[in-house]
Design a protein around this ligand. Structure first.
Ligand code: MLT
Length: 265
């Protein structure tokens, strides 16, 4: 794990591999780079893999009251600057990592070669969802991350994953429990004000892969399939035996899809 000073905070990140395209892995909420552990192993021999801990998460620290998706996108661009990567990268983001990816496309388009959007959405929040996020931001400061883990875990995984890979569920639970309440609150406030980017999809003409777990209840497969259809150069893949954490729940199928996207014409 390395760190570097970016935009007023220390951003932690893992770098593996020394050849091939740059694969930038951007985690979901409220997680860290460890959710990509299978992909880091699978692709380090063919890609230069960079897996970041967004500000406030994992080993990255921040004291922000709110972190917007734009700010997180700018952090990633500065991180690439700091580690000397100036060529276009493949952005691979899950859920909140996808929300940040849309902003990275808008603000740093020339730095993108391809997009991989996993279990994410283009729509903004309804008023009710945004209110729920603000409530969680308030509650987590008062009560800590335990209720966040309890409310999120059942929605993150397919039923099959709880039976087959309880250790993966337990690891994610520990990641949530280690996350600073302040970071959870800041990201929730930022997600509550993020833009609805549905109208951008027709202009995102980069090669794109949209991946969704068949049992994802948060970003549903039919919604992601519609997003891919609206994008000029996107393909959609629905992975079996996976919910919202598809790359962690079915890394074999995810790896095959990503491999084909990156290395087959
Ligand atoms: C995530 O996995 O990043 C979250 O489900 C995103 C969200 O809360 O919308």
């Amino acid at each position: 794990m390395e760190t570097c000073e970016v935009g007023g905070c220390r951003l932690a990140h893992v770098r593996r591999g020394d050849r091939g395209p740059v694969l930038l892995l951007v985690h979901g909420f409220p997680l860290d780079h460890s959710m990509w552990r299978f992909q880091i192993e699978q692709f380090a021999d063919r890609c230069r893999v960079v897996a970041v801990d967004l500000r406030g998460f994992g080993a990255s620290r921040s004291n922000d009251e709110i972190v917007t998706m734009d700010q997180l996108a700018d952090d990633c661009a500065r991180l690439l600057d700091r580690i000397g990567i100036d060529e276009p990268v493949t952005w691979c983001g899950l859920s909140m990592g996808g929300y940040v990816g849309w902003q990275f496309w808008r603000r740093h388009r020339a730095r993108l070669e391809r997009l991989v959007m996993c279990d994410t959405r283009a729509k903004g929040d309804t008023d009710e969802v945004a209110r729920g996020r603000r409530r969680m931001a308030y509650d987590v400061i008062a009560s800590g991350p335990r209720p966040v883990a309890d409310s999120m875990l059942p929605r993150l995984f397919a039923p099959e994953t709880f039976r087959r890979y309880p250790e993966r569920v337990a690891e994610i639970e520990q990641v949530i429990l280690r996350t600073e309440p302040r970071a959870i609150a800041a990201a929730q406030r930022g997600m509550a004000v993020r833009l609805d980017v549905t109208s951008w999809l027709g202009s995102i003409d980069l090669p794109a892969l949209l991946v969704c777990g068949a049992d994802d209840e948060i970003s549903r497969p039919e919604e992601m399939e519609g997003m891919a259809a609206a994008m000029p150069a996107a393909r959609f893949v629905c992975l079996p035996d996976a919910g919202h954490m598809a790359p962690l729940e079915n890394p074999e199928a995810f790896g095959r899809s990503l491999d084909a996207f990156l290395f087959s014409a």
